[in-house]
Design a protein around this ligand. Structure first.
Ligand SMILES: Nc1ncnc2c1ncn2[C@@H]1O[C@H](COP(=O)(O)OP(=O)(O)OP(=O)(O)O)[C@@H](O)[C@H]1O
Length: 293
């Protein structure tokens, strides 16, 4: 497990990351979300050691992570970083060798990854001759090549078409199933919902929420969808609940507690037919919206 403990980074007067603590468990995918400028990239750079923390620690299995351990991590930086004018396979083999792979195993692994992204036949082409989405696939291959012990990926899905997203998801699932901790940032909340069992939310450099989906759902507001005939407008007059939205027979409400939920159900039954009275299980994207509202 990777652990981020009280990480802080200041740039002059600006605190880009402010006392942030969260876990990146092994064998799980952790989604890292927050608006532009929230501090995700700065945090990832500190995890990778390419940016020094003003204070705080990054721990691997309970001890401060060493440079040698970081060298085994896979990192996809925001600025990407492959050379546009060099042939793809040459760059991947070179990167593999930097990670102490032999030339032949780096070539084998690189071609296998390119094949999974349907790019094996482009391996000798210059990177710049590929579409942006395909360049992105090569960047991903570069971060996975050396079978990293942890993966820190800055917006790995941006610019990928749905099929490329699927092959990337499949690869990441394989790596996570093998016990690798994975942290990836994304603005695509639907993807985060689909992929993650763990979520970390930053806002203005501060941690707003972190934990498993179940932990975060347990603290989320208890909302119900209520559908009654002929009209749900009377719910506005009830106590112990907040009406979030009401349209004709259907309402979205948040109860203060279970007693008020039961009381409202009884009131609804006494008024007519209750077609629906259902607790809503919030998605991770609902939780994100809630904690950053
Ligand atoms: N080298 C730097 N010098 C000064 N300020 C910086 C530097 N790097 C980042 N910042 C500031 O730190 C804050 C956090 O930026 P960061 O890039 O970490 O956010 P982010 O969550 O990754 O945003 P995005 O989703 O847009 O990539 C921003 O206000 C940014 O301007």
């Amino acid at each position: 497990m990777l652990q981020v403990r009280n990480l802080t980074r200041r740039f002059g007067d600006k605190t880009a990351v402010d006392d942030v603590t969260f876990d990146i468990p092994s064998g799980r995918m952790t989604g890292f979300v927050g608006a532009n400028g929230a501090g995700k990239t700065t945090t990832m750079r500190m995890i990778m050691g390419v940016l020094t923390a003003t204070s705080g620690d990054v721990l691997l299995d309970g001890s401060p992570v060493t440079a040698a351990q970081r060298a085994q991590f896979g990192y996809m930086p925001e600025e990407r970083g492959l050379y546009p004018k060099q042939p793809i396979i040459d760059q991947l083999v070179y990167l593999g060798q930097l990670h102490r792979m032999s030339q032949s195993s780096a070539r084998r692994e690189a071609l296998a990854l390119l094949d999974r992204f349907n790019l094996a036949d482009r391996s000798k082409d210059k990177l710049e001759s590929l579409s942006l989405g395909n360049q992105q696939r090569v960047q991903i291959a570069a971060s996975l090549l050396h079978r990293p012990t942890a993966l820190i990926l800055d917006e790995p899905f941006s610019g990928l078409d749905p099929l490329a997203v699927d092959s990337m998801v499949e690869l990441l699932r394989e790596r996570t199933a093998a016990g690798v901790p994975v942290l990836f940032s994304s603005h695509q909340l639907d993807l985060v919902d689909r992929l993650c069992d763990n979520l970390v939310v930053l806002q203005n450099g501060r941690l707003m929420a972190a934990g498993t989906g179940d932990d975060l759902r347990a603290t989320a507001p208890r909302r119900h969808r209520i559908t009654v005939s002929p009209d749900a407008g009377w719910l506005r007059e009830e106590t112990g609940l907040t009406v979030i939205d009401v349209a004709g027979p259907s309402a979205l409400v948040e109860f203060d507690d279970d007693v008020h939920a039961q009381r409202t159900l009884a009131a609804a039954l006494s008024r007519g037919t209750v077609q629906e009275f259902a607790p809503i299980r919030p998605s991770l994207s609902d939780i994100y919206r809630e904690v950053t509202a």
